[in-house]
Design a protein around this ligand. Structure first.
Ligand code: NAD
Length: 284
């Protein structure tokens, strides 16, 4: 099952990175967004990331040009019908994801493999919105995708051996290292990461220390590349809140319960670096 053409659904933080690495490896890649404005923003994000790489001498100009030549965009799902692999990276919400996959199932050829980049939502619950549960899998890339080495493969019982092998070969062909997890909430990475982030917000909320001191403590005390509140800004507060709500609704364990401060910040629209304001402020 060679993967010769890829589509990425959603060109936000993750979708843009996934599309970029696919196109950079020479694979014709098409991204789908909800409207022209979001599509332009997503494609601009890729262009800017590559241009920054060229400026720093990390990406040759010819590679940037070739990558952009391999990329195209659309707002229509019907245009994705002949893709071999579709990677979904829309908001972390089961209903939204099921809606997207049900529509894709109707338009895509029978052999197309569907993958979700979800951080925490059941792959089986998404696959059940389609008639191709055996050709459905989780491919959880890390942020920022062009830099982070890991892809967590989430393999529910319903996934066929052929689909698993094709997804693993594909992720490795992008230069990624894979780990395989069962379809349980949060898989490996977020099962372990989310309680830590939750505790950091609770510490700030409870007045334990300033945000800067909480971050510095973990950066210099534990050699974390980024403190937990900075990491939250980087991942997106809205996305993290969705993940916490998923984990809490599945496990009913208070360690996954979203701190009220986080919920208030998301309500206010302080979703982190991508909007210029989260725990810290950013000039975009
Ligand atoms: P984001 O908010 O940056 O981007 C989501 C994008 O999806 C938006 O541009 C939105 O317009 C688009 N979208 C929404 N509905 C759509 C549809 N029906 N068709 C096409 N596009 C649609 O979010 P993100 O951080 O990129 O997260 C996307 C997914 O990746 C989530 O499932 C998230 O849990 C997962 N993820 C996020 C991170 C992270 O660090 N942010 C890491 C790993 C996985």
């Amino acid at each position: 099952m060679p993967i010769q053409k890829v589509a990425v659904i959603g060109c936000g933080l993750m979708g843009s990175g996934i599309a970029q690495v696919c196109a950079q490896k020479g694979i014709p890649t098409i991204v789908r967004e909800i409207n022209d404005e979001a599509l332009k923003k997503g494609l601009d994000r890729i262009r800017n990331f590559l241009a920054e790489g060229v400026k720093r001498g990390k990406v040759p100009q010819a590679q940037m040009d070739q990558t952009l030549a391999n990329l195209s965009g659309t707002t229509s799902l019907a245009e994705l019908k002949d893709c071999d692999l579709i990677i979904e990276a829309v908001v972390e919400n089961l209903d939204e994801k099921r809606k997207v996959f049900a529509e894709l199932d109707r338009v895509c050829k029978a052999s197309t493999i569907f993958a979700s980049n979800t951080s925490s939502i059941s792959i089986t619950a998404q696959a059940a919105a389609t008639k191709r549960m055996d050709r459905f899998i989780g491919l959880h890339f890390m942020n920022p995708v062009p830099i982070m080495k890991l892809v967590e493969i989430v393999r529910p019982e319903v996934t066929s051996n052929e689909t698993y092998a094709a997804a693993k070969t594909f992720a490795e062909s992008l230069g990624k290292v894979t780990v395989t997890a069962k379809d349980t909430p949060g898989f490996i990475v977020n099962l372990l990461l989310v309680p830590y982030i939750c505790e950091a917000v609770r510490a700030l909320e409870g007045g334990l220390a300033t945000k800067e001191d909480i971050d510095t403590a973990m950066e210099l005390g534990c050699n974390m590349p980024m403190g937990p509140l900075k990491l939250l800004d980087f991942v997106g507060l809205d996305t993290t809140l969705y993940i916490m709500d998923t984990l809490f609704s599945e496990f009913r364990d208070p360690k996954y319960a979203a701190p009220p401060l986080l919920r208030r910040m998301v309500t206010a629209g302080f979703n982190g670096k991508k909007v210029g304001r989260g725990f810290y402020e950013y000039t975009k």
